[in-house]
Design a protein around this ligand. Structure first.
Ligand SMILES: CC(C)(COP(=O)(O)OP(=O)(O)OC[C@H]1O[C@@H](n2cnc3c(N)ncnc32)[C@H](O)[C@@H]1OP(=O)(O)O)[C@@H](O)C(=O)NCCC(=O)NCCS
Length: 156
């Protein structure tokens, strides 16, 4: 069984908000941020698994702060849990001010699934837990998985 460190797959991505990222009321379009969040999760999962991956679920999307043209968006991603083929990735997004202070916009937990050559879910590498915070995230993920299974079973 292969084990990989959380630090082996961590991602930090930056965007300057352009006019093409803006919605009808002059703010960052939520759909654009969701795209960037999904991309970061995808890169983390690809790095960890070394396989093709697909997005199974995104929890959750609450936009706490608006962002505007010319501002910098910072998106960080790290793996928190691995099941058999599934990986949970925590993605935090921030808007950065001119003093480089980060104001949180959203924290999402994304379930990515590793796909084998047959395009079916395939077993992926496990996580080598090295710190107390990684252990806490791993334990938190076990609770979130119970909620997701319940949600899937109840069809909402
Ligand atoms: C995600 C997908 C591959 C799961 O396939 P499946 O036939 O249900 O396979 P399984 O039941 O074996 O599930 C595979 C893993 O995904 C997890 N999973 C499946 N549905 C899930 C959901 N709604 N939420 C969280 N995890 C989920 C399972 O728990 C399992 O994890 P494990 O291997 O670690 O135990 C399949 O539903 C799919 O291809 N969905 C479309 C994904 C896609 O195209 N996304 C892009 C945006 S449209």
């Amino acid at each position: 069984m292969e084990y990989k460190k959380v630090s082996d797959s961590m991602v930090e991505q930056y965007h300057i908000i352009l006019q093409s990222d803006i919605n009808g009321v002059g703010r960052l379009f939520g759909g654009r941020l969701i795209q960037w969040i999904d991309e970061v999760a995808c890169i983390v999962a690809k790095r960890h698994s070394g396989m093709n991956v697909t997005t199974a679920a995104i929890d959750n999307l609450i936009f706490k702060e608006a962002a505007y043209v010319g501002q910098t968006i910072v998106i960080t991603g790290k793996i928190t849990y691995v099941g058999h083929s599934s990986m949970e990735i925590r993605v935090d997004s921030y808007v950065e001010n001119n003093k480089c202070q980060r104001c949180p916009i959203n924290r999402a937990y994304i379930t990515m699934v590793a796909l084998g050559k047959d395009d079916k879910p395939a077993e992926t590498a496990k996580i080598k837990i090295e710190t107390e915070s990684q252990k806490a995230e791993f334990e938190g993920a076990k609770k979130r998985i119970i909620y997701r299974k319940q949600r899937k079973n109840e069809g909402f």
